[in-house]
Design a protein around this ligand. Structure first.
Ligand code: ATP
Ligand code: MG
Ligand code: MG
Ligand code: MG
Length: 468
């Protein structure tokens, strides 16, 4: 059995052997893009290299990139616990060509890795191409994929763009068929969103530049950007369907089960999955300098942490749970990501503090929620004011309340929530008028958004302590 670490290493070694520089993962807080909440793909650190604004000493690179998709355009928070394939934190394996090789090489490079080095059975692989990308279609055909398993897709799923302007181009995605015991249809069918045919690798062919809204030109030197989810490919290689059954995730789930004295696969199965996932995103975010707060990135972190805490509560934990799982995560992933070990003490402290603080209001808030929904049934709506009270008085992020009600099929009245929020903000503004505090507060948040969340002095403190 290949461990997740082996799969990661084999990927990097393979592309190194094929002339790629092995580049370190960039931090989860993007350095070069203030508009992006978190690094959510391998190409993020190379954005300016693709546009030509930045030069690097190599034209081929490979990475295993830490990614978080829990806010902004890519948000998989609500998928966690429900699909077999989504995490909020995952590792994206990638190979990149900056005006070096193109489709003719990128497709065989990918195909040889998965069918030869990784040894996946060819008959279980499906590929998609953008509907008019005959070039990619022909390359796949030539390499031996039967036409019946090359699907032409016309939606934006198979056309990638950096933004309204900039590099763009068609994609080709590789899917693995996990077999007919699992619900779902092949790509391009209405059932494609099931978990039977799982997308493992996305190859982006950057061949155009969108100059203005109307004008698109061909790039003289097209580029390649690919991304494969480490957990998804590892699942395939370990003969598992579910990402949460791979060695790495399983170790976290077992730790969560041990620490809460519950069965990892019993009634609390979903909660263990959520805890394992959210533990990873929380710890990696803290290691990269994000701390829980009420704004911006810090608030996304707080939402993730609090969601996990509710699940710990569901398991019956009376004491903080998350911080006790940190050593397991560090032993699983600390070698590949040393920043985790360096920040271990800070991570554990932050989790414990947040959990201890939230515990008091979590229990009371959940009681209020129980009472408010006692007579409700599927399809009913929780009044927005109640959700707002939970948010304002008990520190429940809106999505925590939604997550709590989802299994019962109860929704939150979002308009009502927004109205209550707006009313409270108006009140607060009135109260501050004239004092000048509101303005100071705003500036302070802006500075913190800009700098505070990204600059973190913990490493220095830690290493200084380590030397004593
Ligand atoms: P999906 O359609 O399954 O949500 P995607 O098309 O959004 O995936 P991409 O943006 O193409 O994913 O990312 C490249 C690769 O990263 C995917 O092929 C997949 O292997 C992996 N990946 C994407 N999102 C996640 C996630 N939330 N958790 C784990 N792996 C992911
Ligand atoms: Mg997705
Ligand atoms: Mg997809
Ligand atoms: Mg994709």
């Amino acid at each position: 059995m290949s461990s997740a670490s082996d799969v990661r290493q084999a990927f990097l070694d393979y592309f190194a052997k094929n002339g790629h520089s092995v580049v370190e993962s960039s931090p989860l807080v993007p350095r070069n893009d203030p508009t992006l909440m978190f690094t959510n793909a391998g190409m993020v650190q190379f954005k300016n290299v693709f546009t030509g604004q930045e030069k690097r000493p190599y034209t081929r690179a490979t990475t295993s990139q830490k990614c978080v998709r829990a806010g902004g355009k890519h948000n998989d928070l609500d998928n966690v616990g429900y699909t077999a394939r989504h995490h909020t934190f995952f590792e994206m394996l990638g190979n990149f060509s900056f005006g070096d090789y193109f489709k003719d090489d990128a497709i065989p490079l990918a195909w040889n890795l998965i069918t030869k080095d990784y040894g996946l059975p060819k008959e279980k692989l499906w590929v998609t191409v953008y509907h008019d990308d005959d070039q990619a279609f022909d390359i796949w055909k030539k390499i031996g994929v039967p036409e019946s398993r090359i699907v032409r897709i016309a939606t934006s799923d198979n056309f990638w763009a950096m933004g309204d302007t900039g590099p763009c181009g068609p994609c080709s995605e590789i899917f693995y068929d996990h077999g007919d015991k699992i619900w779902g249809g092949p790509p391009g069918t209405p059932e494609a969103d099931g978990d039977r045919y799982i997308e493992i690798w996305n190859l982006v062919f950057m061949q155009f530049e969108q100059v203005t809204k109307e004008q698109r030109v061909s790039l003289p030197k097209p580029s390649i950007d690919t991304g494969m989810g480490l957990e998804r490919i590892t699942a395939v290689m370990q003969g598992k369907h579910d990402n949460y059954d791979i060695d790495l995730m399983r170790a976290l789930i077992e730790a969560s089960a041990d620490a809460s004295s519950t069965d990892p696969d019993g009634a609390h199965k979903v909660s263990h999955r959520v805890v394992a996932d959210h533990l990873r995103s929380s710890c990696f975010l803290i290691a990269d300098g994000v701390l829980p707060s009420n704004e911006g990135r810090g608030y996304v972190l707080r939402r993730i942490m609090r969601r996990a805490m509710r699940h710990a509560q569901l398991m019956g934990c009376k004491e903080p749970l998350m911080h006790r799982l940190v050593p397991t995560l560090v032993s699983e992933m600390g070698r590949a990501y040393p920043e985790l070990g360096r920040a271990e003490a800070l991570i554990a402290e932050t989790l414990k503090l947040e959990e201890t603080r939230f515990k008091q209001t979590l229990d009371r808030g959940l009681r209020l929620l129980d009472e408010a929904t006692a007579s409700m049934s599927k399809g009913d709506m929780l009044p927005g004011e109640t959700a707002f009270k939970l948010y304002d008085t008990f520190g429940f992020p809106l999505d925590l309340t939604q997550d709590a009600l989802r299994p019962r099929g109860i929704n939150v009245n979002l308009d009502g929530f927004q109205t209550a929020m707006a009313a409270q903000k108006a009140e607060a503004r009135k109260a501050w008028a004239g004092s000048g505090e509101a303005a100071t507060e705003k500036v302070w948040f802006e500075i913190r958004e800009d700098k505070g969340a990204t600059e973190f002095l913990g490493y220095d403190t830690q290493s200084a302590e380590g030397r004593i």
